[in-house]
Write a protein that binds this ligand. Sequence first.
Ligand code: GLV
Ligand code: MN
Ligand code: MN
Ligand code: MN
Length: 411
Amino acid sequence: MTMATLKTDPARLERFLTEIAAFGATKNGGVTRLALSDEDRDARNQLKAWFEAAGCETRIDRMGNMFFVRPGKNRALPPVMTGSHCDSQPQGGRFDGILGIIGGLEAVCALNDAGVTLERDLIVVDWTNEEGSRFTPGTTGSGVFAGKLDREAMYALTDREGLTFGGELERIGYKGMEDFDPRPLHANFEYHIEQGPVLERQGKTIGVPKGIVCLRWYDVEITGVPNHAGPTPMNERKDAVYAFARMASDIFEIGLASDNVVATVGEVHPSPNSRNVIAGNLHFTIDVRGWDEGETDRVCADIEKAVRTHAEVTGTTVDIRRTWEVERAPFHPQLVSMIRETAGELGLPALDMVSGASHDTVYINQFAPSAMIFVPSIGGRSHAEVEETSWADCAAGADVLLNCIIKTCND
Ligand code: GLV
Ligand code: MN
Ligand code: MN
Ligand code: MN
């Protein structure tokens, strides 16, 4: 019997996940744990306490990324990294992100129980602000770590209240004072829920993504003419909401017409947002993603054109700006195979797929061999309070993670 048959403790994993879901719990069973909020701070404190009780050292870098280090026998060897994020969407789910950190914690505990010291250090990480909901863009902690985003520029980001990322990081006590940098990394695994319907529909337990889709984010500002909702003749209006409605309809249709690219209008902020005022201004966001970069850029070009056309015909003006883009991330073939094989060794049905959601690994993949492990999302629901994964599937994914950690930490 090889080491590859070590198992995690499903009851302990469930307990960790249930307890951490209390930080930011919503009344409908989800969590609102926005990046750098009090809830994020409290969850971080809990993670630190658990990892330290399990014998790990905590390191915190200047972006507030938290690294929990389980020392190996040979500390000079490049370490293995795993982890994800503990921030959530507003009214988000209890599994997105945090499962990957708790999966790493459970792997540490299972190794401790078995009395196993691995050759390499194992680092479990909590990346700051993966979601990008409160502070845009997302994956900022991993993006700065990868050298793809500028730290000072990220500190200067503001939320809708005008609070800065840097100020909030300091306020919650997680602005670390060191440039902790464990590179080069030997391997990086991120364990995550699928967030889509594929695994459940195919009756598979483990998703083996070959990579993450590319992503483009836009911020759009429509300017019309604010006026009274009663006396203003219909044919004389320059209505920002009407212009938006035409644009949003086309954005959906353009996404629908594409085979593999999706397009979403997520945020909408009309101003002054009053029932008897024709809106003079409207800000909205667009999120476009696809595995095929060429097709994604074609969809983006069509969307930009549609937005400008609708501004023109509605007598409004528009400013459309691309605020973020990330290339697609094809994972390391050997690590992808290792995940597929490890699932097989554990008797778990696995499926090759693509990640339609983005993850911190999109950036880590740029400098370290990386791959991800997915487990099914019930009903394909995520970024919503109803987000659910069975405890058995959570444990199955943690088992795959644990055994991939053992293999890579010992080779
Ligand atoms: C974050 O969860 C994203 O995929 O946008
Ligand atoms: Mn996530
Ligand atoms: Mn998410
Ligand atoms: Mn995500």
